[in-house]
Design a protein around this ligand. Structure first.
Ligand code: PLP
Length: 335
């Protein structure tokens, strides 16, 4: 497994810190909790998409692109990190945004990630929440090509076999940190959406025979659907790396979809508790859409006795805190 064979732009701040969560561990009284700070990858408030974009943007440049297109929901952290990366590379950036604004207020529509997308100079095209995104994308590509541009399309969340390499690399980074401090990791828990983070992690951990199956807490899809999506991307990623497509057995892909609440991006009480607990006990910012729900899941599983005392559980913080500013009313005060 040699990732240096793949084109990559080194822009992320790596390795990200692996830190103990002493106060939360003590307060919950279960396993030893650790946090892997992929919210600190460096670009425009950080996040997990930056690792994927190191490989995707290198591919875009190799293919002679002068602009990138990507897709996401209104408060997409992926869109924001893509906009920042494109700015750094002097590429035009077009964001095709599924407009979820109708379910939310003005902060959601204009603040948080949207403010940062615009600050980084991205061009936003809004599509209706129910729009056929493939058709919208085809139209946008046609328009840009007619204008003489050479666009490169990055899939939603950067989740294809190229982007997933970022999390194959993260698996190696995490194990190396654990080995350096003689820390046996029993579990890794993180939010899963477009599947690239979990697929890359699982492929990397299996290729190294680490004996860890990450638990993905879903933020939108049901368990079976999400596990299928992750497993499919595991196959494609392994094959792309020249490994056996069946490297990852089905039972190594585990998703829990009990913490979504009413749907993607819609707050839950448990999410508010998780975000508040992390802020007040550890001084770390989670986000309302992904890490808040994932950490809520982890808290609940600890309370339910899912982990043994003395086990080491790593929460992978995938970023997203810019999204807090899209939900001010949810965290108490409003204005
Ligand atoms: C995109 C995202 C995720 C989910 O990662 P996927 O690779 O899309 O599954 C988790 N957390 C945050 C903050 C994200 O922006």
């Amino acid at each position: 497994m040699q990732l240096s064979r793949f084109p990559r732009l080194r822009l992320a701040h790596l390795p990200t810190p692996l830190e103990p969560l002493h106060r939360i561990s003590a307060s919950l009284g279960g396993p030893n909790l650790w946090i892997k700070r992929d919210d600190c990858t460096g670009l425009a408030t950080g996040g997990n998409k930056t690792r994927k974009l190191e490989f995707l943007m290198a591919d875009a440049l190799e293919r002679g692109a002068d602009c990138v297109i990507t897709l996401g929901a209104t408060q997409s952290n992926h869109a924001r990190q893509t906009a920042a990366f494109a700015a750094k590379l002097d590429l035009r950036c077009h964001l095709l945004i599924r407009d979820l604004g109708a379910e939310h207020d003005d902060h959601y529509r204009h603040n948080g990630n949207v403010l940062l997308d615009e600050l980084h100079g991205a061009t936003i095209t809004l599509a209706h929440a129910d729009a056929d995104m493939d058709a919208e994308l085809a139209q946008l590509i046609e328009r840009l090509v007619d204008d003489g541009m050479t666009p490169y399309v990055i899939p939603g969340g950067g989740s294809n076999e190229i982007g997933a390499l970022g999390y194959v690399d993260a698996a190696a980074e995490l194990l190396s940190q654990a080995n350096d401090r003689a820390l046996p990791i029993d579990h890794v828990v993180h939010a899963t959406g477009s599947a690239g983070t979990q697929a890359g992690l699982v492929v990397g951990l299996e290729a190294m025979n680490a004996g860890i199956s990450p638990l993905g807490i879903s933020v939108s899809a049901g368990k079976d659907e999400q596990e299928e999506k992750v497993l499919d991307l595991c196959r494609r990623t392994a094959e792309f790396m020249g490994l056996d497509g069946n490297l990852v057995a089905k039972d190594k892909v585990v998703v829990d979809s009990n913490y979504i609440g009413d749907g993607y991006g819609l707050p839950t009480e448990q999410m508010v508790e998780a975000v508040t607990m992390m802020a007040r006990l550890e001084g770390v910012l989670l986000d309302p859409v992904y890490t808040g729900k994932a950490f809520a899941g982890l808290i609940d599983l600890i309370r339910e006795g899912h982990f043994k005392a003395g086990e080491n559980v790593v929460f992978l913080h995938t970023g997203g805190s810019a999204g807090l500013f899209a939900y001010p009313g949810v965290f108490g005060r409003g204005y």
